[in-house]
Write a protein that binds this ligand. Structure first.
Ligand code: FPP
Length: 236
């Protein structure tokens, strides 16, 4: 099995999964969070080097106050716990997105986790929090324009690689496979620039039920794809 170097996942369906069990949405998020821990172990075991997950979008603030507060509590606990997980998996953790919108203590926990895990190389784990791809591009272009205005960059020399360096994902290779759980088939403002050549895999399985067998199924489907990037298909 050819294992993708970088897998991105849109974690969807926690709420519906919980509702189907007669439970509150927050229960779905707790289970979804637990599943994130297991899937990191699975990724490492399978030899995936980069994993990026969409955990909280710039749009998710519109959810009920109760749900947003529940998610913040979950992030707080997880970010703390993630220090141990990163050590166990030798996993570097990075947060992508605009973290300035979070409470000070959450921002502090993010800094601590990133600093603690910065030398690990077994798995590179990116968590998108308050992330929106258009917002990421706007923030990146602002910095780029500022650098150009200050004469640090010649506008004539701006190319794709340089734009990539101004995104939150600078230094991280583009995803090879994108998985979205729970039936929706859209990108929802996730990694619009980075997914230009990525294979997409959609499954009806809700995130809390997406385990190693489902992951292997997704990788097998990826293995059957013909990835030719606009070139001519090789004779078989
Ligand atoms: C999508 O399900 C899930 C979210 C918006 C939150 C994702 C959060 C987690 C997986 C847990 C916490 C993560 C971290 C990083 C600690 P949904 O609520 O949109 O489900 P629905 O589409 O069925 O309503």
């Amino acid at each position: 099995m050819n294992v993708p170097n970088h897998i991105a996942i849109i974690l969807d369906g926690n709420g519906r999964w919980a509702k189907a069990k007669g439970m509150p949405r927050s229960y779905g998020h707790v289970k979804g969070c637990a599943n994130l821990e297991t899937i990191c172990d699975d990724m490492k075991e399978l030899g995936v080097k980069y994993l990026t997950v969409y955990a909280f979008s710039t749009e998710n603030w519109k959810r009920s106050r109760e749900e947003v507060e529940g998610l913040m509590k979950l992030f707080r606990n997880y970010l703390k716990k993630c220090i141990k997980i990163s050590e166990k998996n030798q996993m570097r953790v990075k947060i992508i997105g605009d973290i300035t919108a979070f409470d000070e203590d959450i921002q502090q926990k993010i800094v601590e986790l990133e600093e603690f895990s910065k030398d690990y190389t077994e798995l590179h784990f990116q968590i998108a929090l308050n992330y929106g791809s258009r917002d990421e591009i706007v923030r990146g272009i602002r910095r780029l324009a500022q650098d150009a205005a200050e004469g640090k960059i010649d506008p004539k020399e701006i190319d794709e690689e340089q734009i990539g360096n101004y995104l939150d994902t600078a230094g991280i290779p583009d995803p090879d496979l994108l998985i979205r759980t729970s039936g929706e088939q859209r990108l929802s403002n996730f990694l619009l620039w980075q997914l230009a050549y990525t294979e997409f895999y959609f499954t009806d399985v809700p995130w809390p039920d997406f385990h190693k067998p489902e992951l292997i199924q997704a990788i097998e489907a990826y293995n059957h794809r013909d990835r030719r990037y606009g070139g001519v298909k090789e004779e078989s």
